[in-house]
Write a protein that binds this ligand. Structure first.
Ligand SMILES: O=c1ccn([C@@H]2O[C@H](COP(=O)(O)OP(=O)(O)O[C@H]3O[C@H](CO)[C@@H](O)[C@H](O)[C@H]3O)[C@@H](O)[C@H]2O)c(=O)[nH]1
Ligand SMILES: [Mn+2]
Length: 635
């Protein structure tokens, strides 16, 4: 709401798939707070304009610089804290006390809600942009603010984030038309809760719920691309990078996407445009809703619609919430040709690809001051689940009719098709990785050489690939601002993802193709317990007892490599292998690297005492498994 953009041209929509009156209450409170916050931001040109982020990062710095600012900042912080306390109190209670409920008729909507998964559409226009009394403390108009919790019924697929986004797009569109005539709104904004979205009539910014804005000029930046006189008309979306503000120095879960953001996406940008990655993206409404690009297409951003809308807020709420009902999409193109596509765990990427295949271009833009910040997973389990979803989604795209080489053939250029396939091929990468982590060590244990001798000329290509690939990636990683330890962590995560997330992604995709299951959307956890956060800050890998399937694989592979390394080295030392070290060098290297990279796993199995260690039962299970594999192989 505090973007550096005329408020009468902005509307904010928040979608709450959790269907919670607590969220509605928080939004109400925020709308009241905004009356003080927005003038404060504009007066002092505050950044970032997310109050939580502002108070946690810059308050100390500004306090000493400017006395007026520091006084006003202290006063507004008090208001913010009071609001936060009220919301937290209600959250702890688990319900909204009656005296609060009576203050807004919207709460009555929840009287008939029995479950988050079974309720009618709830739509509340909290701030009506047409209302001349809806002003901030300085008397400036406020952006329209709408709360939406779409209808959910147990027997109806709700299509996760894509479903939420599409409901929002429709409502935004409908209300935009209603409001535009009344207020000359040019750019309504909309927002989702479990995912959040900002849009405006022609341009829609969508932001996930775990993100905040960090750059109040981002709207204007994006509009510059859309309004470019030469190329603006062919642009469908402007994607900003995903940045995270909760990363630790050496990024223990490899979440920082710097190599993607600074190398790969700018590369794709030169070949038609980067992927749509679900958040921090400005869409042209028309291209998102299925329009094909035609040469010569022109859109007048300043178009006005004549006529005045007299409907009251209540009437508008009643009419527009029908658009968020389960039955609304029946027999329509929503989820197919219109809006975000359904049925794929990376609804964002497949949607972006379809848009590009309809002839549109996209832009990837990294302003100096990051536009958005989000939250990266803080436990190994969260990270592996997230990557399983991504890898599965991408692999599904490759095997579907939306495969970049099929759907993209003749529509997007070959470089871009290949660019997409880097990610689409993540999942099947599990197969070679598993081979390398299982076969060389076992054969080392048995004393059978798989690779050329160190003295053979055939050793050179292997040495070259190993040195070149690693040196290249290391250089790229450091050039993008990573640390050496961060690179080592990244390599570990690379291995874990391939042996678990990607493997499960392949299995699930196959099941999916055979029609034996359908894929969902496992939401990434947004809060973690105190001790978990502390370990995250200290960069201690968090295992714990969840995800036992994936962790068993990780632990078993780690132990298998350890056993084989010890056994293999012993065999070489006892001279049981013909010119042992020379013939076994590459196997010792592969297996030794695996052991070195798995050090945190051994610690979690045998030495740690905290709750983030691997449970004893799992340690026992993987120990027996690894031993059994070695025994059977030697037999
Ligand atoms: O039923 C659902 C499930 C999810 N969401 C929203 O989707 C967004 C992304 O979910 P999150 O749990 O944060 O997953 P991430 O793995 O962090 O999401 C990344 O990956 C997704 C695709 O898998 C993209 O859609 C996201 O934009 C991208 O940030 C969040 O705002 C959710 O609230 C819904 O609105 N409804
Ligand atoms: Mn997220």
């Amino acid at each position: 709401m505090a973007y550096n953009y005329p408020p009468e041209k902005l509307s904010v929509y928040l979608s709450d798939d959790g269907g919670s009156d607590l969220t509605f209450y928080a939004l109400l409170k925020a709308s009241v707070f905004s009356k003080q916050w927005i003038p404060f931001c504009k007066k002092f040109n505050i950044e970032p304009r997310s109050p939580a982020a502002y108070f946690s990062t810059t308050e100390s710095k500004c306090a000493s610089l400017d006395t007026v600012l520091s006084q006003e900042s202290a006063a507004i912080k008090k208001l913010y804290k009071a609001m936060e306390d009220q919301i937290e109190t209600a959250t702890k209670l688990g319900y909204i006390p009656e005296d609060i409920q009576t203050k807004h008729t919207g709460f009555s909507e929840w009287a008939s809600v029995t479950s988050q998964r079974d309720h009618q559409s709830i739509l509340q226009i909290i701030i009506d942009g047409r209302d001349s009394n809806a002003v901030d403390a300085d008397g400036c108009v406020l952006p329209t603010l709408v709360y939406l919790s779409r209808e959910k019924r147990p027997n109806r697929p709700h299509n996760f984030k894509a479903g939420a986004m599409n409901a929002l797009v429709r409502i935004l569109d409908f209300l935009y038309l209603q409001f535009q005539s009344a207020t000359n709104n040019e750019l309504p904004v909309m927002q989702l809760r479990v995912s959040s979205k900002i849009s405006n009539g022609q341009i829609i910014l969508n932001v996930d719920c775990d993100m905040h804005s960090n750059n109040s000029d981002a709207v204007k930046d994006a509009l510059c691309f859309f309004m470019d006189e030469q190329k603006g008309n062919e642009i469908a979306y402007v994607q900003f990078p995903q940045n995270f503000n909760n990363l630790t120095k050496n990024d223990i879960y490899g979440s920082k996407m710097d190599v993607i953001t600074k190398v790969e996406f700018p590369g794709l940008d030169g070949h038609g445009g980067a992927l749509y990655i679900g958040t921090g993206c400005f869409h042209r409404r028309e291209s998102l809703c299925g329009k094909k690009y035609e040469t010569g297409y022109k859109f007048d951003m300043k178009r006005r619609i004549e006529g005045k809308v007299k409907e009251s807020v209540n009437e508008l709420e009643e009419t527009s919430k029908i658009l968020a009902n389960c039955t609304y999409e029946e027999g329509t193109q929503w989820g197919k040709e219109m809006g975000l596509k359904y049925g794929c765990p990376v609804e964002d990427v497949i949607t972006g690809l379809s848009i590009q295949c309809r002839g549109w271009k996209s832009i990837f833009y990294c302003p100096e001051r990051a536009a958005f910040f989000g939250i990266a997973p803080t436990t190994l389990a969260q990270m592996l689940v997230q990557h399983k979803r991504w890898a599965e989604g991408h692999f599904q795209i490759l095997l579907s009719k939306c495969c970049p080489f099929i759907m993209g053939h003749g529509r997007i250029n070959l470089e871009l098709q290949m660019g997409y396939s880097i990610y689409d091929l993540w999942a099947p990468n599990c197969l070679p990785t598993l081979c390398y982590l299982i076969l060389p060590p076992l054969y080392l244990l048995k004393g059978i050489a798989l690779f050329p001798k160190i003295t053979s000329p055939w050793f050179i290509p292997y040495a070259f690939v190993i040195v070149a690939a690693n040196a290249y990636y290391l250089a790229e990683f450091m050039w993008c601002g990573g640390t050496l330890k961060g690179w080592w962590n990244d390599r570990r995560v690379w291995m874990f993802k391939r042996t678990t997330s990607y493997l499960f992604a392949v299995i699930d995709t196959v099941f999916n193709l055979l029609g034996l299951s359908s894929s969902g959307f496992d939401v990434t956890a947004k809060v973690s317990e105190q001790d978990v956060s502390e370990r995250y800050e200290k960069e201690i890998m968090e295992f714990g007892s969840s995800l036992s399937g994936m962790f068993t694989i990780i632990a078993t592979l780690a132990l298998l490599n350890l056993f084989c390394l010890v056994g293999g080295l012993k065999r070489i030392a006892l001279n049981l292998v013909n010119s042992g070290f020379e013939t076994m060098f590459l196997q010792v290297l592969v297996c030794g690297t695996a052991v070195a990279i798995n050090l945190p796993v051994y610690q979690a199995l045998f030495f740690r005492k905290d709750k983030g260690r691997l449970p004893v039962s799992l340690a026992f299970k993987s120990f027996i498994l690894a031993l059994l594999v070695c025994k059977i192989f030697l037999y």
